[in-house]
Every structure is written in C-alpha cells, then in structure tokens.
Design a protein around this ligand. Structure first.
Ligand code: Z5A
Length: 203
C-alpha cells in the first residue's frame, strides 16, 4: 500500500476548510504521521506572492485567462516545491483547496471550458491526483455570511450569489462523477460535528 497520502479539502467560502484542515493535521500528528499542511492559492513563497496578485482588487478587470493561468502558475510551483517532495518523502499532504477549485471557480463560475481546464490540469499535474477529497458543503448564503463575518471581502469573495451557486453545484457534480475520490460532509452543522465526521472519513 502507498504510504504517503494526498488529501484535499474543497468547498465554497466559509465552509470551515481552514479550521478543519488544522484539526485533521493535529489529529493525524498525534497518531505519529508526518503531515504537511498547505493551501492553494499559495503554499510556497512564490505561490503566496501569486496569491496576493490574484486576490487583490484592481481598477481594471482581471481577464479570465489571466486569473486561470495565475492559479495554475501558483499550482505548478506548489507541486514542484511542496507537494511532490513531501509525498516522495512518505509524508501525508493535506491541502486546503487544489485543482478542483479551478474547475469549480474558473470553470463553472467564470465559464471557462472544461477542455481548456483539462489541458492545463494534465500539463501541470501530470499523474498527480488526490487520494481523497473532502467536500465541505453549505448553502451559499450560510458560507458567505460566515466569510463576511470576518471583515473585508477579497476580489473573488466579492462575486455574485449566482456565481457561488454555480461553484457549489460544480463541486457537487464532481463528487458525483468521482465517488472513489470524494466524500461530502454537511458543513451546515456545529463545527464539532463537522470535525468528527471528517476524522471518521479519514480514518
Ligand atoms: N480559488 C479559485 O478561484 N481557483 C482556484 O483554483 C483556487 C482558489 C485554488 C481564495 O481561497 C480564493 O481563491 C477562494 C477560491 C479561489 N475564493 N473565494 N471566494 P481561500 O481558500 O484562501 O479562501 P476561502 O475559500 O475564501 O476560505 P475561507 O473563506 O477562509 O473559508 P474556509 O476556510 O472554508 O472557512 P474558515 O476560515 O475555516 O471559517 C470561516 C468562518 O466560519 C470562521 O469564522 C469559522 O469559525 C466559521 N465556521 C466554520 N465552520 C463553522 C460551522 N460549522 N459553524 C459555524 N461557524 C463556522
């Protein structure tokens, strides 16, 4: 059996991804696993710099292809510097978002074709694929209310409700299309219940 595992967490904003990934890391570390906790966009010095370029507001509109290529540029760096080295060293990698976010946000959200996304995905990921993706699912109004509770919204968070509905639906469709990879967790329940459900899936 392959020792290293690649686990990704997906969902719209405010589903609790950042909170839950830390909980998984702490839980697995207690059982002696070597864990690398990382995120997208970001995860390395260069990819975090790209994250800043992606998320800030501008007077001009960022072209959809610019946004898409920036996400994949950061991802290429993230894979080369963090994800592959960790997996090759036998560590478990937990990433707060990964490539399926591009299918959901740039694909379903912005309307970029799946064919184009697949080309970039094959180019940048090659054979890399998550062993498990946990989809934290909440109604859009609930997720956005939680995200708004934290203060100012970044460029993507400022999108319309309809945009996030398309993103959420794309994630649910991906979960249906790849049942061997995906597990859906209802994140519209108390955080402790969400954490327990995620841990039982991982175990
Ligand atoms: N994006 C993209 O377009 N394409 C891509 O390829 C990738 C990303 C990789 C930045 O991502 C943006 O990039 C994101 C998608 C896009 N855009 N948006 N919008 P990010 O992951 O850095 O940011 P985020 O998704 O906006 O994360 P977030 O808002 O921080 O959400 P979260 O991590 O899922 O939630 P959280 O920080 O853990 O929790 C949010 C709040 O809710 C916090 O106060 C919690 O205490 C509270 N919370 C969480 N769970 C619960 C429950 N169960 N009950 C009550 N309260 C809760």
């Amino acid at each position: 059996m392959k020792k290293s595992k690649f686990i990704t967490i997906e969902g719209i904003e405010g589903t609790g991804k950042s909170t839950v990934v830390q909980y998984i890391r702490d839980h697995l570390q207690r059982s002696g696993e070597k864990i690398v906790l990382t995120r997208e966009p970001g995860g390395t010095e260069i990819a975090e710099a790209i994250r800043k370029v992606i998320l800030r507001h501008y007077k001009e509109t960022m072209a959809e292809d610019t946004e898409l290529l920036l996400y994949f540029a950061g991802r290429a760096q993230h894979i080369a510097s963090v994800i592959r080295p960790a997996l090759e060293a036998g560590k478990t990698v937990i990433s707060d978002r990964f490539t399926d976010a591009s299918f959901a946000y740039q694909g379903a959200g912005r309307g970029i074709s799946v064919e184009r996304l697949k080309v970039l995905s094959h180019w940048v990921l090659k054979d890399l694929k998550p062993d498990l993706t946990i989809l934290l699912d909440v109604p859009v109004e609930v997720g956005l209310a939680r995200a708004k509770g934290r203060g100012t919204l970044d460029r993507i968070e400022s999108e319309t409700i309809e945009f996030f509905e398309r993103v959420r639906q794309c994630y649910l469709d991906l979960a249906k299309q790849f049942p061997e990879q995906y597990r859906i967790v209802d994140a519209n329940q108390p955080l402790d219940a969400v954490k327990q459900q995620v841990i039982s899936i991982i175990q």
